[in-house]
Design a protein around this ligand. Structure first.
Ligand code: WT7
Length: 647
């Protein structure tokens, strides 16, 4: 495999960037030559951001799994595609070669067909981080079914909402999942999610934890039985064959739900060809991937990072990925370093929140661990603070590994703004330069480009993107208007990211965080409205308002102001019940870190909650709260400030 488009020097980057902006169609057509197509495209790009409508490589035919697997087989069949590291370090490591991945994906594709899954059907995947999750995802892609992976930490209610929104007809799950010393009963959560559901036809259950499960006759089937049956169908005389579905470039590949500023998560839709080209291109270039590298992305496949940089990006490049079932702190805080040493990891890609949590254990867990294989480090998910950056650089990278700070979103499919390892300079806490094809612009509230520098010589504004790149979302499932409203209507003609940013005079970007009502808790997105809805479900709650506040490890913590019902005056009990309700409605990740019971909320005369004030109080600012004269009841502010929950 060659990566003729690989950028190796800063000059290459400048040239590629310029070409990508001057003639995007020519640029991406050249990149796309590196893939395997059943039919080439008629038109590289057509778009308008008004509808919005974006089409990349229209008219082309392909199957993404052939690009991720089949085309590597002759040269790399025996190369590991996945090195699976179990939760329990004493359990056997599983190495999945490209040949084996091919066989399993074909087999599972056949299982789906045998169970009546058709092209375009939505398949919800709710599994732990086991190799079978990969077979399930790629098996869907192979037959053209649309996968929608739901992170194993989401509650039954969240799954039910997503199933309904996606009109999913099939589910793939596990009996349970191991995470640290926990055993999460996934199948039983699915059973709860399916109460009253009449749309789901089949549930395929893989055995991982041997937790007892109940199987519903006619609906639930065992993975193992199905796979055994399919084996003889796809393997004839030792040759594995399973015709991959011929997909259009713009056929949907997957739906992935993510939180926005409304109460309801939205199903971000990515399509086939553009997403493939984008994840591959950004993987190879941002990390400066070389064909023998072992890549370890610590994300869960339930998030976009796992989709793009454990599966589609690396596999389409013929890379070897470490897939880790467990958590960084179990059995102890040296687990990542043990994995790096054991598998001779070259590229380590993780989240600032993981780094900060490991920092808390000091450097003892790193002692005696051989990290000399590491060449490149990466971070994603939230701004990285300088302290964490320096700790990572010094103790993990031993000051020899470039750190790529990759800014992107579920909606962007892959890295948008990032330095390229060792090629363009990394600056602590700056995502730095746009990838080729990305034209960022900072605007003010009115949508006017920022042209004045602040006192530090920085431009500061809301981050938008001027033109489409191959990995841009195409729609939000079942509700295109919502996609338009959310991303393309705030600033007509621009894609609005929801983030604020600074730009220096060299064109480097520093992401400062969300400017909408979205929180970033441990690198995970949560809508304040979503958490409020969950809190309000509790009978003892009259009203609530949720804001984020700086949290040492999570980046942002969840601060909830709650008006309690007169009848529920036991604050301790109500607090406990609220936490339980939120866990049930969304999942443990959304649990408020602080709950303050208040008599009222600061509202304008039109009834709008002044979050700015609540945010300031949560941040610890109790004095300079700005103008409160427009409030219905200015006195409430002082009362809330006085009752602020301190750590
Ligand atoms: C939001 C997207 C991209 C995969 C993981 C999160 C924040 C992401 C960075 C970074 C500063 C970052 C932004 C963005 N974010 N990466 N390197 N520096 N902020 O995906 O759940 O869709 O969240 O995460 O605020 O909008 P997501």
């Amino acid at each position: 495999m060659s990566y003729s488009y690989q950028i190796r020097t800063e000059a290459d980057y400048r040239t590629a960037y310029q070409q990508s902006v001057e003639d995007p169609e020519k640029f991406w057509a050249a990149v796309a030559e590196n893939f395997s197509w059943k039919k080439k495209w008629d038109k590289v790009l057509s778009w308008n951001f008004e509808e919005p409508k974006v089409e990349w490589f229209a008219g082309a035919k392909l199957n993404i799994t052939e690009n991720c697997i089949d085309r590597h087989l002759s040269a790399l069949g025996d190369k590991p595609a996945l090195i699976w590291e179990p939760n329990d370090p004493n359990e056997r490591v599983r190495v999945v070669t490209y040949n084996r991945l091919h066989k399993r994906v074909c087999q599972f594709a056949q299982v789906l067909l045998n169970n009546g899954v058709k092209k375009g059907d939505r398949v919800c995947i709710y599994m732990g981080m086991v190799p079978e999750l990969t077979y399930a995802v790629l098996g869907c892609a192979r037959i053209g079914a649309i996968h929608s992976v739901v992170f194993g930490g989401f509650s039954a209610q969240s799954i039910a909402d997503r199933l309904e929104d996606a009109k999913a007809t099939f589910i793939v799950t596990c009996d349970g999942a191991f995470r640290g010393n926990k055993d999460i009963p996934l199948k039983s959560v699915i059973d709860d999610a399916l109460i009253g559901n009449k749309v789901v036809k089949k549930v395929i259950v893989y055995t991982r934890t041997r937790t007892p499960v109940s199987m519903l006759k006619g609906r639930d089937v065992w993975w193992e039985d199905e796979m055994e049956h399919a084996e003889s169908q796809v393997e004839v005389n030792g040759v594995v064959q399973q015709e991959a579905a011929v997909m259009d470039a713009e056929d949907p590949l997957f739906i992935l739900y993510t939180s926005g500023s409304t109460g309801k998560p939205k199903g971000v839709v990515h399509t086939t060809a553009g997403y493939m080209v984008w994840t591959n291109y950004t993987f190879v270039n941002a990390f400066q991937y070389q064909p023998s590298d072992i890549h370890f992305c610590t994300a869960d496949i339930g998030w976009i990072t796992g989709h793009s940089y454990i599966l589609y990006g690396p596999l389409s490049a013929g890379a070897t990925c470490v897939m880790f079932e467990g958590i960084p702190t179990w059995p102890d805080a040296g687990r990542f370093w043990e994995i790096v040493e054991k598998h001779r990891v070259n590229i380590l890609y993780t989240a600032p929140t993981a780094i900060r949590s490991l920092m808390g254990f000091g450097t003892t867990p790193l002692e005696g661990k051989d990290l000399s294989s590491l060449k490149v480090l990466g971070t994603v998910g939230e701004p990285i603070n300088e302290e964490a950056w320096h700790w990572y650089n010094k103790n993990v990278g031993k000051e020899k590994c470039p750190i790529v700070d990759t800014w992107w979103q579920t909606e962007t499919g892959g890295c948008m703004i990032s330095n390229m390892a060792g090629v363009t300079p990394g600056i602590p806490s700056w995502a730095s330069l746009p990838m080729p094809g990305i034209q960022p612009i900072l605007v003010d509230e009115a949508g006017k480009e920022i042209t004045e520098k602040d006192q530090h010589g920085h431009y500061k504004g809301n981050l938008c993107i001027k033109a489409p790149w191959p990995g841009i979302l195409r729609t939000t499932y079942g509700d295109h208007e919502r996609c338009r409203q959310n991303y393309f209507s705030t600033y007509p003609g621009l894609y609005f990211t929801g983030d604020g940013a600074l730009k220096d005079q060299q064109g480097n970007f520093r992401i400062t965080g969300r400017v909408d009502d979205v929180l970033n808790v441990s690198g995970h997105r949560l809508g304040t409205a979503e958490v409020e809805n969950a809190i309000n479900m509790h009978a003892g709650v009259v009203e609530s308002a949720v804001v984020g506040y700086p949290h040492d490890i999570k980046g942002q913590g969840v601060y909830a102001y709650v008006i309690m019902d007169q009848l529920h005056e036991d604050a301790q009990l109500t607090r406990k019940n609220i936490l339980q309700t939120v866990t049930r409605q969304i999942g443990p990740i959304a649990k408020p870190d602080k709950i303050q019971f208040v008599k009222g909320l600061p509202k304008t005369r039109s009834g709008k909650i002044m979050r700015r004030i609540l945010r300031k109080i949560a941040e610890g600012e109790t004095k300079n709260l700005g103008d409160t004269t427009t409030l219905l009841d200015p006195a409430i502010v002082e009362e809330i400030a006085a009752g602020r929950i301190v750590d």
